[in-house]
Design a protein around this ligand. Structure first.
Ligand code: MG
Length: 230
């Protein structure tokens, strides 16, 4: 769950590529949520502040190590496991922390985004299938599952570290399509990163750049998936 953001188009709504797609007329029947900055906010500086007093590495290098480094990329693609990531961070940061203590510091950086949790709950109440589609890691997923009850209420999860690929790699989009058994305009997809949205739109998904809860709610409502309006 890396923290860089590079929005390329505005106005949220539907990606322009969809206008010419053959799936334009398909009605979405499943909603796919990105996790970070869509359902939960996150702040790696929280972990950096907890770990900083023990580290040889100073900010901003410690934050880089925790939130944007090649080591995290390896972890989130599943190339290394939690124990290897833990050892790698300890070595690079210059501290010696037990794994469980490291988990507590590294994982506890999330907060729910209430209007998006409410939107998800409405979809569930309406019987709409929902999935999580996230670039993330085992520590984060375990923490979120234990801490936030909403996370247990999806039909399925496609998490990067379990599939060897990060969004926007086409490989992980193919995994999602296979698992949910749907393609193209049947999939309504919300993600806060433009490159991830573009990769979904290129496959004909009804891909929405999440910028605000209000805008995403409107997109879901316009797709005919909500009873109540704003
Ligand atoms: Mg995100």
């Amino acid at each position: 769950m890396r923290s860089r953001s590079t929005a390329r188009w505005k106005a949220g709504a539907i990606c322009p590529e969809l206008e010419a797609g053959p799936e334009k007329m398909s009605a979405p029947s499943v909603v796919v949520f990105d996790l970070g900055k869509v359902l939960v906010d996150f702040d790696y500086s929280i972990a950096a502040r907890k770990l900083g007093p023990r580290a040889r590495l100073a900010d901003p290098d410690l934050q880089y190590l925790l939130c944007r480094s090649p080591l995290l990329c390896q972890y989130e693609t599943g190339a290394i496991n939690t124990a290897q990531f833990h050892r790698g961070v300890c070595r690079a940061a210059g501290f010696n922390l037990a794994l469980e203590e490291f988990r507590a510091c590294f994982g506890d950086i999330f907060a729910e985004i209430p209007p998006m949790i409410a939107l998800h709950a409405e979809l569930r109440a309406a019987g709409v299938p929902t999935w999580v589609f996230s670039n993330t890691n085992e520590i984060a997923a375990r923490h979120i599952r234990r801490r936030f009850p909403f996370f247990s209420n999806f039909d399925g999860y496609v998490l990067s570290y379990e599939h060897g690929a990060l969004k926007p790699d086409a490989k992980i989009y193919e995994v999602l399509e296979r698992q949910i058994g749907r393609k193209g305009g049947a999939i309504l997809y919300l993600d806060d990163r433009a490159e991830n949205v573009a990769a979904g739109a290129a496959r004909g998904w009804r891909a929405v750049l999440h910028e605000t809860p209000r805008k995403s709610r409107r997109a879901v409502s316009d797709a005919g998936l909500l009873v109540s309006q704003l």
